[in-house]
Design a binder for this molecule. Structure first.
Ligand code: AVJ
Ligand code: FE
Length: 435
């Protein structure tokens, strides 16, 4: 028998919340108490802040705003409001300790499971299609990625491990770039039940024809830019990017260092030679932009990226993922922290788009040339502080997700954003050119 749509979404919410909490535990249980409360970088919160913030957002949206319950700990709400306290100040706050934070998040979750069991996932607003539950699962997974970034910044012996991705299955792509035809396509979505406000609504966009790289830019290609003196030539750089690399003596991606004529990188506490055939990781928007100019190319715009990822020329429609409408499997993409690194360029032929573009989903977040802006008809939902307060020229859009993104927070329409100077995130890029 086929479950009704609300029943199927209830199952999906239960599974998504359970998977998120298992990952949160994997990121925090092996960490010592002093390491959970320490600040490993001024760019990041202590891990114990993320842990209680996950529980606090869940309590706010599901127990208070959906179910109308009283707060369990009204006294802690302001500590975990991301807008009240910048990351650099969080270690000085009277935060819950690791045990208290775990117990608090578990208490909230127990009540949320009761709520999920007895709530009709219909009607309009927060409960429609179980949106609030899906939003909270995505929120926890996004903070899990944030905690993984903190692990990468952390010094000391490794605490995480995972198997490496398999070598690419099947032949490498036939061509280095793919021609995407000009014309209209559908960008954004009005159908995806747990899409976030900034992905909506679906609307038609027109693009000119363009060429886009078949795979993300590799470490070997990026090393050629470095070897050619790319970091020393002002003409490749946007003005603010040039100022940033000069001010901070940046001459390679974050976590790279040169030793005995070879590039090494630190990855989750292990130092290793930089693998040439892997997508480049930990570059800022400015570095991506400069590389593209050096290569005689440019970054794709956000609409070009989405057209390459979703437009099926045979049907004229946009799909949820490059490979179609089915949910991702391990054959499609490197998602979900199954691995602690990107897969080699040319992996995942089963995840290719109809035109043959690979690895758009998973591996590395891809910088686009675009500012983070609302789509025509945008409505902030359910709160302005998720997307709306970040719209504007200060933030650049990243697409496609990384190896550290869970599938619940990844699809062809999903939009991420950050400051163009940021490089601790799991960011890479691919390039494009006009046809
Ligand atoms: C969408 C990844 C930029 O981490 O700042 C987490 C997600 N929003 N809690 C972030 C988010 C509120 C957000 N990003
Ligand atoms: Fe948050």
């Amino acid at each position: 028998t086929t479950a009704s749509r609300p029943e199927a979404l209830r199952e999906r919410a239960l599974a998504a919340l359970t998977a998120a909490r298992a990952r949160t535990a994997a990121l925090t249980d092996p960490v010592s108490e002093p390491d959970l409360t320490a600040q490993h970088s001024p760019l990041m919160s202590p891990l114990v802040w993320d842990l209680a913030h996950i529980g606090n957002q869940e309590e706010l949206w599901l127990l208070r705003n959906v179910a109308g319950q009283e707060f369990l700990r009204p006294d802690i709400n302001s500590l975990y409001d991301a807008f009240e306290h910048p990351r650099s100040e969080r270690p000085k706050l009277p935060l819950l300790g690791p045990r208290e934070a775990r117990r608090y998040a578990a208490d909230v979750r127990g009540r949320v499971f009761d709520l999920l069991e007895r709530t009709p996932l219909e009607g309009s607003g927060l409960l429609d299609d179980g949106f609030a539950f899906g939003m909270i699962a995505q929120h926890e997974q996004q903070h899990d990625e944030t905690m993984l970034i903190t692990h990468q910044l952390r010094r000391g012996a490794p605490v995480l491990s995972a198997p490496d991705p398999d070598p690419p299955l099947g032949p490498p792509p036939a061509a280095a770039e793919v021609l995407v035809p000009g014309g209209p396509f559908t960008m954004g979505t009005s159908a995806e039940p747990w899409s976030l406000d900034n992905e909506r609504p679906a609307h038609t966009r027109e693009t000119a024809a363009f060429w886009i790289d078949t795979v993300p830019v590799t470490n070997a290609a990026y090393e050629a830019f470095i070897a050619d003196g790319g970091y020393g030539e002002r003409r490749w750089w946007a003005a603010e990017g040039w100022d940033q690399i000069r001010a901070h003596d940046i001459e390679a991606p974050l976590f790279w260092r040169r030793e005995a004529g070879q590039w090494l990188r630190r990855r989750f506490g292990v130092t290793e030679p930089v693998p040439g055939d892997e997508p480049v990781l930990h570059v800022s928007w400015y570095e991506a932009d400069a590389y593209a100019r050096w290569a005689g190319r440019r970054l794709p715009s956000e609409e070009e990226w989405e057209k390459a990822a979703r437009f099926d020329p045979a049907s004229g429609h946009s799909t949820r993922y490059p490979w179609g409408d089915d949910d991702p499997t391990p054959a499609h993409a490197n998602l979900g922290q199954r691995h602690l690194r990107p897969a080699r360029a040319g992996s995942y032929p089963a995840g290719a788009s109809p035109l043959g573009v690979r690895q758009l989903i998973g591996d590395v977040w891809e910088w686009t040339s675009s500012d983070f802006l609302p789509y025509p008809g945008f409505r902030a939902f359910p709160y302005r502080e998720y997307s709306e307060v970040f719209f504007g020229p200060g933030h650049k859009v990243l697409r496609g997700g990384s190896f550290a993104v869970d599938e619940v927070a990844c699809r062809g329409t999903f939009r991420n954003w950050d400051l163009p100077v940021r490089r601790q995130i799991f960011s890479g890029f691919r390039t494009a050119r006009d046809a």
